[in-house]
Ligand binder design. Structure first.
Ligand code: PLP
Length: 400
């Protein structure tokens, strides 16, 4: 069975470029002498162009991008911020970092934000900002969401850690709100170990994020910079939080950007093969994917809606024993990269009971690149067999 946690490979061109960079010693993005901006500035230009935004700011993580987006959007300690109740720890973590009070919004069975609940919670909380996580690559109707945010006076920040390369009606996720935040962590679409990029069209947001990231007074070396008068206006008001991307990370990322379309095609093929098999098994429920969505699905989600917690645990243990690392969002204790609102400090899980009920029977597998048809069959077989071997009321056969 393939290792589902296997990260995307580092292309040989990236390794060669990294070696050449190390010979110069210029691993920090800025320099007072002898610098032309280097690979980080190039990455910012390429990334902004890829997404079709005016500005891209390279950072040390997506979590930093989320935090700086909140900060630059004017969120201050104690402010309520809306967020969908299905996401990963770094999102509530970014709210905590900014001192914001999370207001959890329900999700639908298709794993996207529930717009009726968004409207109700926006009115009840008075929040001005929505941090929307396109968790595990599932896009809501982004045009309806934009209209709703406009109606409610909400600023939209997009967490795109799972949607690099995904589009809604032909437009990139991450370009529907004030800012879009991307991750280069090893489990994501571009693998540099750690790294993040924030994109925006807004001068004031770009200026603040560049300054907060820790650009000293060398921001002219950034790849995409607002006009000098905008930078001069914000420079005295933004401290240096030292959240920069290193030149080594940018060097590893750059040769991976042109590979994205091929990677997305690879993931989509594997996802659709396994999903088709699971859809034909009656015990499995998979989210509906809207026509307008072109996903970049490097993982696959399904529910076993009839199961109680013991039966879920038995299914997960059986699939794992057969070599398929299934993750379960309903676990009482957080595990690895999956958690639920009851496990996020500062969040009030009871604000989103329907999300919790959905997560109670929700599972997830990661999809490495390069799965062939045989490997996809083997994964689907293992999952359906693990389902048949364990009973919906509890373990039927002890996992071997
Ligand atoms: C990975 C991830 C992040 C954070 O990315 P880092 O670069 O590790 O900070 C944010 N949101 C989601 C949904 C993620 O999966």
């Amino acid at each position: 069975m393939p290792d589902l946690g296997r990260p995307a490979p580092i292309p040989p061109a990236a390794m060669d470029a990294a070696t050449a960079l190390m010979q110069t010693g210029r691993l920090h993005r800025y320099a007072e002498t002898g610098s032309t901006g280097g690979p980080v500035a190039t990455l910012e230009r390429d990334f902004a162009q890829l997404l079709g935004r005016r500005y891209a700011v390279a950072l040390n993580s997506c979590g930093s991008a989320l935090f700086l987006a909140l900060r630059a959007a004017g969120v201050r300690p104690g402010d309520p911020v809306l967020m969908n109740a299905f996401t990963l720890g770094p999102v509530p973590g970014a709210l905590e970092h900014a001192g914001a009070q999370p207001v959890l919004v329900e999700i639908t069975e298709d794993l996207v934000i529930d717009m009726d609940d968004l409207r109700a919670k926006a009115h009840a909380s008075g929040a001005r900002v929505l941090m929307l996580s396109h968790m595990r690559g599932h896009l809501c109707d982004l045009h309806s969401l934009q209209a709703l945010c406009c109606d409610l006076g909400l600023t939209l920040i997009e967490d795109c850690a799972h949607t690099l390369g995904a589009t809604w009606a032909g437009r990139h996720a991450g370009t529907f709100g004030l800012a879009g935040c991307f991750s280069f962590q090893s489990g994501k679409h571009v693998n540099t170990g750690e790294g993040g990029v924030l994109v925006t069209d807004d001068d004031a947001i770009a200026a603040q994020v560049i300054l907060y990231s820790g650009s000293y007074r060398l921001y002219a070396q950034n790849g995409t910079v607002p006009p000098p008068e905008v930078m001069a206006e914000w420079a005295p008001r933004c401290g240096n939080y030292s959240l920069r991307m290193s030149a080594l990370v940018a060097t590893l990322a750059l040769p991976q950007l042109p590979l994205l379309p091929a990677r997305v095609a690879d993931w989509t093929t594997s996802h659709d093969r396994i999903a088709a098999r699971l859809r034909s098994a009656p015990a499995f429920a998979l989210p509906q994917r809207p026509q307008a969505e072109a996903y970049a699905q490097s993982s696959l989600q399904f529910r076993l809606p009839d199961r109680n917690p013991d039966a879920m645990a038995a299914f997960v243990a059986t699939a794992r024993a057969a070599g398929v690392w299934v993750k379960w969002f309903g676990r009482a204790e957080p595990e690895g990269y999956s958690s639920n609102p009851a496990q996020w400090p500062g969040a009030e899980a009871e604000q989103a009971p329907r999300a919790r009920a959905i997560q109670a029977t929700l599972c997830d597998i990661r999809l490495p690149l390069g799965l062939d048809a045989t490997a996809c069959e083997a994964i689907a077989d293992t999952l359906t067999r693990a389902e048949q071997m364990t009973d919906s009321k509890g373990p039927r056969h002890a996992p071997s």
